[in-house]
Design a protein around this ligand. Structure first.
Ligand SMILES: Nc1ncnc2c1ncn2[C@@H]1O[C@H](COP(=O)(O)OP(=O)(O)OP(=O)(O)O)[C@@H](O)[C@H]1O
Ligand SMILES: [Mg+2]
Length: 466
């Protein structure tokens, strides 16, 4: 595990927090225990000395000594009796090092005044507690009983507790380390796998890679996000490749014609001037085709990148439909097709980009003329409360149901050679759909083979910004 890894930092933080909590907690517990023990011992000694004081009848009585001996034995304490001159009368259970000076002058004074003396002191590194109490026997003889307890005993149990606290701390540290290792396996493994996949995607451009991790948490969401990203990139890459191969193909065909016919003209391979003009016309048409293709591509890329701004204005859709019909009239007439507009009497006001709307209708009417051999073509405008609808209807070759979903794809043509023969590039409907969507509108195809096609456009009268 690297020192700067997230898991290591997490583990170190847990450990640090544990120590921050455990050390003061241990110290506080120790102090509490120590105070409790001292208080307990104090109370015990005080009770003991009081008990003794009430049971003493004659100071010089040997029974007296036995009583004291018995009491100190039972409680593991030491005791001395001092007469009113400060002389030691008896001592029991005496242990070396407790003290040389049993009572200070001050303490003797306090005892003489009938007060109890309590003192905690250290001698040779050990801590002791001393409790002295004035006593008087049945003869009125006054003396003092002094009891001593060593903290050696007390600290023994405290010592055990300290060991327990240290063991608990070590256990906690071991737990923290175990937890860190567990977390590093649980969190670290998927994170490392994701890092690896992300690096490979970035460096090797292998967008087919996916992270194999599923969980209902943040790491799971991150894995899904990385997979979505690589899927988007993969789709983008496929699109781009298809796009380039399409363009190359689309350019190759007209260029082959241009080259072939230019060559024929240069080597005077024509029979007559008429044929020469025919060849030159083909060259011109193919050059126009390339030029149209370039224009359409530029337009499409600008629209798809969101680089075009709509110049919205309010205009009458009826007039626009009629204008479109007028413009294409000549081309329809060339094929003996009837072309007309059906519009409401009242103007149909709409707020949209007029020139883009023109582009949409031109494309649809052009398609209708291009893919209809006989019959008629109509452009109908309808209006309801919220929308303006435009129908471009023809009696042409129609489109199979299964082809309809693909019409908007770039370069998609149902019948390639037929479309090409008519000068089509297969970009028209892609541009149309993008423009319709920019206007928050929708486009639908309804078609039947050899019967005709109806394209329905729906636009909101007012776009969202207004
Ligand atoms: N009204 C229609 N009737 C029958 N087929 C149609 C009609 N409109 C479109 N299509 C089919 O949909 C295909 C895609 O149309 P689109 O307008 O995108 O391309 P195009 O007309 O071939 O070329 P261009 O880019 O010049 O418009 C056409 O090639 C044609 O096969
Ligand atoms: Mg078209």
């Amino acid at each position: 595990m690297k020192l700067n890894s997230v898991i290591f930092k997490l583990g170190a933080t847990i450990l640090f927090l544990q120590l921050i909590i455990l050390i003061p907690l241990g110290y506080i517990i120790l102090q509490l225990l120590l105070n409790y023990s001292i208080n307990q011992t104090e109370t015990q000694l005080a009770q003991l000395s009081e008990k003794y004081a009430t049971q003493v009848h004659h100071l010089e009585d040997p029974e007296n000594f036995q009583l004291l001996d018995h009491l100190t034995d039972m409680t593991n304490t030491s005791a001395v009796i001092i007469d009113h001159n400060g002389e030691k009368i008896i001592e029991t259970n005496w242990k070396e090092g407790i003290t040389d000076q049993i009572l200070t002058d001050d303490q003797k004074q306090q005892l003489a005044e009938g007060k109890t003396v309590i003192e905690e002191y250290t001698n040779n590194g050990s801590t002791y507690l001393k409790v002295a109490q004035p006593i008087s026997d049945d003869d009125g003889e006054r003396a003092s009983v002094v009891l001593f307890s060593s903290f050696g005993l007390i600290s023994n149990s405290i010592h055990n507790i300290v060991i327990l606290v240290i063991l608990a701390s070590l256990g906690a540290v071991a737990l923290a380390i175990g937890f860190t290792i567990f977390i590093s396996k649980k969190l670290g493994a998927p994170l490392i796998a994701m890092e690896k996949v992300a690096k490979q995607i970035a460096e090797k451009k292998d967008f087919s890679l996916r992270v194999n991790y599923k969980a209902n948490d943040e790491i799971g969401s991150l894995a899904t996000a990385i997979n979505d990203l690589s899927q988007t990139l993969e789709r983008y890459q496929t699109n781009r490749n298809e796009f380039f191969s399409n363009i190359t193909h689309e350019l190759k065909t007209p260029l082959t014609y241009v080259k072939g016919y230019a060559n024929a003209v240069r080597h005077e391979m024509y029979q007559s001037d008429e044929e020469k003009n025919e060849f030159l016309e083909i060259i011109e048409n193919e050059a126009d085709h390339i030029s149209n293709l370039m224009d359409d591509l530029m337009d499409l890329s600008k629209i798809e990148e969101g680089k075009i701004d709509l110049n919205k204005e309010s205009f009458d859709m009826n007039s626009l439909a009629e204008e479109m019909v007028r413009r294409s009239h000549f081309r329809a007439a060339q094929k003996d097709l009837e072309l007309y507009a059906i519009t409401p009497k009242q103007p149909t006001r709409i707020t949209a980009d007029k020139s883009r709307m023109e582009q949409i209708l031109t494309n649809l009417v052009e398609n209708a003329v291009r893919y209809t051999e006989e019959g008629e073509i109509s452009v109908k405008v309808l209006e309801n409360e919220t929308n303006v609808e435009v129908f471009v209807q023809d009696t042409g070759i129609g489109i199979k149901k299964e082809d309809i979903p693909y019409l908007f794809e770039r370069f998609y043509r149902v019948d390639k050679s037929r479309s090409r023969a008519n000068g089509g590039t297969g970009l028209g409907l892609s541009i149309v759909r993008n423009l319709v969507e920019l206007h928050e509108g929708s486009i639908e195809f309804d078609s039947e083979i050899n019967k005709g096609t109806t394209v329905k456009l729906t636009f909101p009268k007012l776009s969202k910004e207004e």
